[in-house]
Design a protein around this ligand. Structure first.
Ligand code: TPP
Length: 283
């Protein structure tokens, strides 16, 4: 397939994920829209092109792993995995309701395709690093991808894992930092600045670092993953400069962490995202 054709396919997939994630959160009426919307393009690249997974055998031993350490972006994962065929999409419309298999934060014991349980910020970075080491020890050639938030990077645990991954030369580990510049109750710079930048920190910890100017552009994300695959002897950090709430009519302007809009606002947001999907398909 030509690259242009593949990129179009990924743009369509990304927008399908956006629509589905909105419907999933909309089924409950409130939730983490902001941080789900910002990672949509990276998830589309991973599950649409890069990762080896088998929806019929979610625990296939040679699969690539994806850990949503910023576990509150669960709905974006559920939309992605549903579209990939791990389960019927409508199942996720039970988001966070009693006895659901789709809790607001990702849980490996409940949802097919979720590789590790997350929600307590920082922990997913550690467990993903452990998974990368274990896969290497077992002689596998697969990759482990992990998403951390730029606010999440305030957790000391992220940096213990970063130091560990560099020491053990985990070149099968790729960490996406979702640098949407906002965390729960304000901007990252106001709450806990990353000084010279998050990439400079990972560099200081011995990682290969790739900065993606627009982390909501599938082609830029795809090129970054391709470049990461060429690097041996160290893990790669891909800093995605993204927009919190990207593509959601009520969440992008506010940059809100969680949202509880009115029924009318939900309808407008989903209709807008669906219209965007139609446009991308027609391009
Ligand atoms: C250990 C821990 N402390 C606090 C929280 C509460 N919390 C949930 S999301 C969040 C902000 C995270 O910001 P960021 O990582 O930037 O997420 P994003 O903007 O990408 O959604 C906080 C403080 C948590 N889940 N875990």
């Amino acid at each position: 397939m030509q690259k242009a054709e593949k990129m179009k396919e990924l743009r369509v997939f990304a927008q399908e994920i956006r629509v589905e994630a909105l419907k999933t959160i909309g089924s409950l009426g409130f939730g983490h829209v902001g941080g789900s919307m910002s990672v949509v393009e990276a998830l589309a690249v991973l599950y649409g092109s890069v990762m080896k997974v088998d929806p019929k055998n979610p625990r296939w031993e040679d699969r690539d792993w994806c850990v949503m350490s910023k576990g509150h972006a669960g709905p974006a994962m559920y939309a992605t995995l549903g579209l990939k065929g791990f389960y019927p999409l409508e199942q996720a419309y039970t988001l966070n309701q009693p006895h659901t298999n789709f809790p607001s934060h990702t849980d490996r014991t409940k949802t097919p395709g979720v590789d590790l349980t997350t929600g307590s910020l920082g922990q997913g970075m550690s467990t993903a690093t452990g998974a990368a080491l274990a896969n290497k020890v077992d002689g596998r050639t697969n990759h482990v991808f992990v998403f951390v938030g730029d606010g999440e990077c305030d957790e000391g645990q992220v940096w213990e894992a970063a130091q560990f991954a560099a020491h053990y030369k985990l070149d099968n580990l790729v960490c996406f930092v979702d640098s949407n510049k906002r965390q729960l109750d304000g901007s990252v710079d106001d709450i806990m600045s990353h000084g010279k930048g998050i990439g400079a920190k990972f560099d200081a910890f011995g990682w290969n670092v790739i900065d993606v100017a627009d982390g909501n552009d599938v082609e830029q994300v795809y090129d970054a993953v391709e470049a990461a695959y060429q690097v041996t002897g160290k893990p790669t950090c891909i800093v995605l400069n993204t927009i919190k709430g990207k593509g959601c009519t009520f969440a992008e302007p506010s940059g809100a962490h969680s949202s509880q809009p009115s029924k009318e606002q939900w309808d407008e947001a989903i209709a807008f995202a669906e219209a965007e999907l139609a446009k991308v398909k027609a391009q």
